[in-house]
Design a protein around this ligand. Structure first.
Ligand code: NAI
Length: 745
């Protein structure tokens, strides 16, 4: 909140500061309105601390006692954020459930006092208003939001394995309905201001310049009884029918539990507790729901799951501050313009995230057809967001206008970073690099999005190899959160830092990895997928393998993932891994037969499973095809020369063998310096591959189980299956010392 204009309806008044003796909260009175300002000193954003609510209380009491004050506005002292939630560091330090429960009860009590204040309180929200911050705003009598892209409302606690402990869920349910409360609570997603307004969670959306004034006006209007009634979400007849009677509500909760379980397999207790709280609220009322919330909050804060998820949170927070390179000259080069070569799925996705970050981007393809496809892809992504209401029309037009296109190198000369995403072909990539070097500025960074070619190979004949790095994005680029920036032996720290900084602007979590086949993520994925193929070759049914790993917490099973990656891509990549790292990376030989005959995975509708028309046709022919789930290609087993036998391999063995292959390869990568530390390795596996987040990533997983126990299991498999199970030297060393990857816990 940077505006200082007085409320329009009040006579101009000079702010009168009121001394409270507080550190985080200040108070000043202007034209009958008390402005309570939250500003945590020395931090760029506001988080809620243990002492915050007591300070709010003190400010509110002073405002209530002041006869000159008719209404209160709650605002933030930060230029671009309201309150981003509770201080996660404070929660992480809590050791006892009773301590966490107390935090929740204190929060509930303080917000109840706020909600019952005799003088109306309105939150003036500009910037993120999340978690505990949103709970504070919800307890106010009104909310005015800026229509700024930074302004967002949400209850992301579930992503940390927690629930909103200060009645936010119930307040959302009261205003926007149970379905909306379940949705916000269970997904942790953010709402744009207009979406929040449509749900009845925000009263007004105004320009950032007048948020403060509009909030003061609303507060005064509420005080004088002339405010319009708070908007409530117009509910559909179906929603009303469901939510307004006990049977309908029971159905709603049953469905929510079933859907949640299908997603989490019971690995995320917070999900169940969130549903419990809302169910208690609907069935037994506010008081009972608060009890349930406080107790659940206490349990969850000290749970293993929350500890792991908070670990990931801290890792990503630390990565945001990490430049990716250090030493002399490691300052990133400012980037005003990016060129993307190749307008395929990857190139278009990269151009989209670049323009979305407000950076001008020139897209180049070899022909108009390729360009047309790429531009349509980008426009469709923006249109979809416009339809969903997460992007205003002006923003959509502005961002789309940042993308220009050409079939020649015009425009590339002015680019600070050039990212190539042409076909995966070494000769072509080298040629493209030479063409770029001929026209680009001498200090322009050249980044390849190759998925399988070492960057040093592409840069072999380069004139300025120090400018060449890898930027390995994941598909689909606009959805996948990870970016691997690949540092080749000759890449300069400046080129690496520039790629890292650009990736962060594009909204990515960026890890820096060493050059080599598969970099980090694809390299650790190789043995994981291979082991799944070994299981199938041993007679484990495909569905059983996939189900086992989904039960372990992966979002999809490895065989289904193989179809997503593409069997052809895997068949191309597999031998490169073997060449680089030896026979331990070899899949079972029969797998090669799958690719023959055009079986490429989902994109050709035929892979391990059948899709689309191929699935419909096969279902017609196979009367006993199971349910509506995916259908394994009936010809698959004959091709592999194996008879599937349910129960051929015990469930836990399937889970362990696949996951431990990944864990073991990750430990090799760390030992060889491919990743800079366990933090990056964990973040890469969770965000790039979908390693179960509640397990914290491969390195945290080892720490949880114990390196000695992991080595014991790996050795047992080595005895049974041979050298592909040789334990990573780093694991053996750690086990020998009884040490951990994260000694600090
Ligand atoms: P694609 O085949 O969809 O797109 C490649 C585009 O490059 C086409 O539009 C083609 O016309 C264009 N092109 C070819 N030669 C060109 C030239 N000389 N100048 C300009 N444009 C040219 O391929 P996709 O999937 O987008 O992949 C591109 C790159 O990204 C490859 O190196 C691939 O290995 C890598 N990659 C792909 C991932 C995926 O999941 N598809 C994931 C990560 C990286």
């Amino acid at each position: 909140m940077t505006t200082t204009a007085p409320p329009a309806s009040a006579p101009p008044a000079t702010p009168r500061p009121v001394e409270l003796g507080t550190r985080l909260v200040s108070l000043s009175v202007e034209g009958g309105v008390a402005f309570v300002r939250y500003d945590v000193p020395g931090e760029s954003v506001n988080a809620l601390r243990a002492e915050t609510l007591a300070e709010f209380d003190r400010a509110l009491a002073a405002a209530e006692a002041d006869p000159a004050v008719r209404a209160v506005v709650l605002e933030s002292g930060k230029p671009d954020s309201f309150i981003v939630g509770a201080d996660v560091g404070m929660l992480k330090a809590v050791k006892l459930p009773e301590e966490a429960e107390r935090l929740s009860r204190d929060g509930q009590a303080a917000l109840a006092r706020l909600a019952e204040s005799p003088k109306p309180v309105v939150a003036a929200v500009h910037g993120p208003c999340l978690g505990g911050g949103f709970e504070v705003a919800l307890a106010c009598h009104g909310r005015v939001a800026s229509d700024d892209p930074k302004t967002a409302f949400g209850l992301p606690e579930v992503q940390l394995g927690l629930l909103p402990g200060a009645d936010g869920l119930q307040r959302v349910a009261d205003r926007a309905g149970l379905a909306a409360a379940l949705d916000l609570g269970l997904t942790g997603k953010s709402l744009r201001p207009q979406q929040a307004k449509r749900l009845g969670l925000v009263d007004e959306v105004v320009s950032p310049f007048i948020v403060r004034r509009a909030a003061a006006e609303l507060a005064l209007a509420l005080a004088e009884g002339r405010a319009p009634p708070a908007p409530r979400r117009p509910r559909t007849a179906r929603a009303l029918a469901l939510e307004s009677n006990p049977l309908g509500r029971a159905l709603l909760f049953r469905q929510a539990r079933a859907r949640a379980f299908a997603k989490t397999q019971g690995h995320y207790p917070a999900v169940e507790r969130i549903i419990d709280v809302l169910e208690a609220h609907a069935a037994k009322g506010f008081a009972a729901s608060r009890e349930a919330a406080a107790r659940a909050f206490g349990e969850l804060v000290v749970s293993e799951t929350a500890a792991r998820l908070m670990g990931i949170f801290f890792a990503t927070t630390a990565l945001k501050k990490d430049q990716g390179a250090d030493g002399p000259g490691a300052e990133p080069k400012p980037v005003a313009k990016v060129a993307v070569l190749g307008a395929g799925r990857m190139g278009a996705g990269i151009a989209y995230v670049t323009s979305n970050a407000g950076v001008a981007v020139r897209l180049k393809d070899k022909d108009d057809e390729g360009l047309g496809r790429g531009l349509t892809y980008i426009a469709d992504l923006y249109d979809e967001r416009r339809r969903r209401g997460s992007l205003g029309e002006a923003e959509r037009a502005q961002r789309l206008a940042l993308v220009t296109a050409a079939t020649d190198y015009s425009g590339v000369a002015r680019a600070d970073v050039v990212i190539e995403a042409v076909f995966e072909d070494l000769a072509l990539k080298r040629r493209v690099l030479a063409e770029v070097e001929a026209v680009a500025a001498p200090d322009a960074v050249f980044a390849s999005n190759t998925s399988s070619i070492p960057i040093a190979k592409i840069a072999e004949g380069a004139r300025r190899p120090e400018n060449v790095v890898g930027m390995h994005y994941f598909s689909p680029v606009h959805k996948m959160p990870l970016l691997e920036v690949v540092r080749a032996a000759r890449s300069s720290p400046r080129a690496v830092a520039t790629a890292v900084a650009l990736g962060k602007r594009q909204g990515k979590t960026v890890i820096v990895v060493d050059d080599g086949v598969g970099f980090y993520t694809s390299r650790v994925l190789g043995p994981y997928l291979n082991e799944a193929a070994h299981l199938v070759a041993e007679g484990a049914p495909v569905e059983d393998v996939d189900r086992a790993l989904v039960l372990w917490g992966w979002p999809v099973g490895p065989m289904a993932l193989l179809d997503e990656v593409g069997l052809d891509v895997a068949a191309h990549f597999g031998p490169l891994l073997v060449q680089a790292f030896g026979e331990r990376m070899a899949p079972p030989p029969a797998i090669a037969r799958l690719v023959a005959g055009g079986r490429e995975g989902r994109k050709s509708e035929r892979g391990v499973y059948l899709y689309g028309e191929a699935a419909r046709a096969a279902r017609g022919r196979t009367p006993f095809a199971r349910g509506r789930g995916k259908l394994v290609d009936p010809g698959l087993y004959a091709l592999l020369g194996v008879e599937p036998r349910p129960g051929a391999v015990p469930l836990e063995e399937m889970q362990m063998r696949c996951s431990l292959q990944l864990v073991n390869e990750a430990a090799r990568c760390l030992g060889e310096g491919v990743v800079r530390g366990p933090r990056d390795g964990d973040v890469g596996a969770v965000f790039g591959l979908g390693f179960p987040p509640f397990r914290g990533g491969p390195f945290r997983y080892v720490d949880g189980v114990g390196a000695d126990e992991i080595v014991r299991r790996v050795r047992a498999y080595e005895d049974r299956f041979g050298p592909r199970w040789a334990p990573a030297p780093l694991l053996v060393e750690l086990a020998g010392r009884g040490a951990k990857f994260y000694p600090e816990g």
